[in-house]
Design a protein around this ligand. Structure first.
Ligand SMILES: Cc1ncc(COP(=O)(O)O)c(C=O)c1O
Length: 407
């Protein structure tokens, strides 16, 4: 079922056409809601597009964005490598047919037993950002390749990326030196500029930092070969994003500027940019209400919310585009909320959304570009709401029926 997708290379379809097609499928089949429908040909296209834009880079798909076996199997068949965050994700990729040497363990927060398990599966590439993790990797994955993740945030950044992962370059330098002494192979530097990164220039600081670090290490005989630029490439949500070609042009320029002819092997770890555009999440309106007769804005409660698929509405970080059967008619402002008894299960209150005045309980609201970090982030049953069911469509626009494994 996935084989025809591997052979075909359909032309780029405008995102609006993809979403129209997926909504048409949902109209015809009327699955119970909420339900995510994912278009595998669009995922194949997004992966190939990235390969085309970065022809010299190795693409490790970040499995966490959408770990559905259908997706992982398709990407394995297309020759992708994989960034995994846990032993379970590594096993999933191997089941889908990826060879262990195409996997990297990018999570810098891992138990020694997880390192051992993933190493036992044949994985030989690990990312670290701390001394205890480095020591664990040396003990449980002797001889493995290691990358060290550094902070990528430029000084004075207006939207800080958080400091859970990565370390200061000085610490990275000493960890990579120590890696060699511990019998590991110091392989490279990695960073992540923050997910749904809307500024293509965001990679400059990390590339410059890595170049300086790699230079200093080379001076003392530690030669790193790999630069991992992480993920961060955006999807097409409500407020748009620069085209992927702008990211490729900016990154190409920085690699030239900071590495010149001595360019290392470049690894990308895109998650969102491979899968997000390919999904439409159909929900149903549970209730439309007002909190006072004189209020202009309505509260629209959907049967999908923060806990059963729309996790990334936390802090209103991702602003999804929405579509309803009444689009085109008069609209009014709404607060959008999910179905659970949790007061935090409010999707958009600060961001102004306008929905049709004709919208009533029982109508559908479609969440567009919902293929990333939705089904995989749904809780197993908070408040009794089940995880988000997903239907995967193949080249013929019909659900695929089995998962092929590709070696
Ligand atoms: C190590 C690592 N690589 C890649 C990604 C994928 O990022 P994105 O979905 O923004 O492309 C993530 C996301 O959390 C990550 O933690």
């Amino acid at each position: 079922m996935i084989d025809d997708l591997l052979a075909a290379d359909p032309a780029a379809e405008p995102i609006e056409a993809v979403h129209r097609r997926l909504r048409g499928f949902l109209d015809r089949h009327r699955p119970p809601t909420p339900c995510l429908v994912v278009d595998l040909p669009t995922i194949a296209h997004r992966y190939r597009r990235l390969r085309g834009l970065f022809p010299r880079a190795v693409v490790h798909y970040a499995v966490k964005a959408n770990p559905a076996p259908e997706v992982v199997s398709l990407l394995a068949g297309l020759g992708a490598s994989f960034d995994v965050a846990s032993p379970a994700e590594a096993e999933l990729c191997l089941r889908a047919g990826a060879a262990p040497d195409r996997l990297s363990y990018g999570n810098t927060v891992k138990k020694a037993s997880d390192v051992a398990r993933v190493h036992g599966l044949g994985v030989r590439m690990f990312t670290v950002d701390s001394e205890p993790d480095l020591v664990n990797v040396s003990a449980e994955a002797p001889g493995a390749d290691v990358l060290c993740r550094v902070f990528a945030e430029p000084p004075g950044a207006s939207t800080p990326f958080g400091r859970k992962f990565g370390c200061e370059p000085e610490l990275a330098e000493s960890l990579l030196r120590r890696a060699g002494r511990l019998g590991l192979r110091p392989r490279g530097v990695s960073f992540h500029v923050g997910t749904q990164q809307l500024d293509p220039r965001a990679w400059e600081h990390g590339i410059a930092t890595a170049a300086r670090l790699m230079d200093r290490l080379a001076d003392s005989g530690v030669r790193l070969t790999t630069l991992d630029l992480g993920g961060g490439f955006p999807a097409a949500y409500r407020d748009g994003a620069p085209p992927p070609s702008e990211y490729a042009a900016a990154i190409e320029e920085y690699l030239d500027r900071y590495f010149g002819a001595a360019r290392p092997e470049v690894v990308l770890e895109p998650g969102r940019a491979v899968v997000a555009d390919a999904g439409v999440l159909r929900s149903e309106v549970v209730l439309v209400s007002r909190k006072a007769y004189e209020h202009r804005h309505r509260w629209v409660y959907l049967d999908v919310g923060r806990h059963n698929g729309l996790t990334e509405t936390e802090d209103e970080f991702i602003t999804y585009a929405l579509a309803t059967p009444h689009d085109g008619g008069p609209t009014g402002p709404v607060v959008l909320a999910g179905p659970t008894c949790d007061g935090d299960d409010v999707l958009y209150e600060r961001n102004t959304y306008h929905l049709p005045l004709d919208l009533h309980a029982g109508d559908h609201v479609d969440v567009l570009a919902a293929g990333a970090y939705t089904a995989s982030c749904a809780t197993v049953g908070f408040n009794g709401f089940p995880p988000l069911p997903t239907i995967h469509l193949g080249l013929d626009g019909e659900p695929v029926t089995g998962v092929a494994h590709h070696g």
